[in-house]
Design a protein around this ligand. Structure first.
Ligand code: 4NP
Length: 157
């Protein structure tokens, strides 16, 4: 199994959206038996909560399921367990690197929009205070598409 973990700050807006979008892409391509998907937050404020209403609305509008997704906080063991640890912004990236002070897992850690080179931004902006969930969706979609291509190529799937 190839294990993918999306990471943001609260695990209620961006990373659960990426989890749901990527899971659907993986299912649509018949790769559910090969790629598993999860998400986590660097902060613990929203642990146990379902995705934010803005994220739910965006997903519902596109018929993308998010059942079973609840917020959790990242743990050091996640860095061992997952093969691709994908951050939404530079702050998340810095937070992940603080959890990996020796750099043992550095090669697994990336930014989602590294996989969307056509995008003119490198970070998925935090919509929690701005409400810009549609913009987040467009970026998440592009990043997830590129990430899946990348994984398929690396693993010859
Ligand atoms: P997320 O958004 O990191 O995309 O889940 C946020 C959710 C909650 C908070 C910040 C960002 N917060 O400050 O509680």
């Amino acid at each position: 199994m190839i294990r993918v973990l999306f990471v943001c700050l609260g695990n209620i807006c961006r990373s659960p959206m990426a989890e749901a979008v990527f899971r659907k892409m993986v299912e649509d391509e018949g790769l559910s038996g090969k790629i598993s998907v999860d998400s986590a937050g660097l902060g613990g404020w929203h642990v146990g909560e379902p995705p934010h209403r803005g994220t739910r609305r965006v997903l519902e509008g596109r018929g993308i399921r998010y059942d079973g997704i609840t917020a959790r906080q990242i743990a050091r063991g996640d860095l061992e367990r997952f093969d691709y640890i994908v951050a939404m912004d530079e702050d998340n990236l810095a937070g992940l690197r603080r959890l990996d002070p020796q750099g043992a897992h550095r090669h697994k850690i990336s930014l989602l929009l590294d996989y969307a080179p056509e995008s003119d931004v490198r970070e998925v902006p935090d919509p929690y205070f701005t409400g810009r969930f549609e913009e987040v969706y467009r970026l998440v979609e592009a990043g997830c598409r590129g990430l899946l291509e990348h994984i398929r190529h690396e693993h010859r799937l």
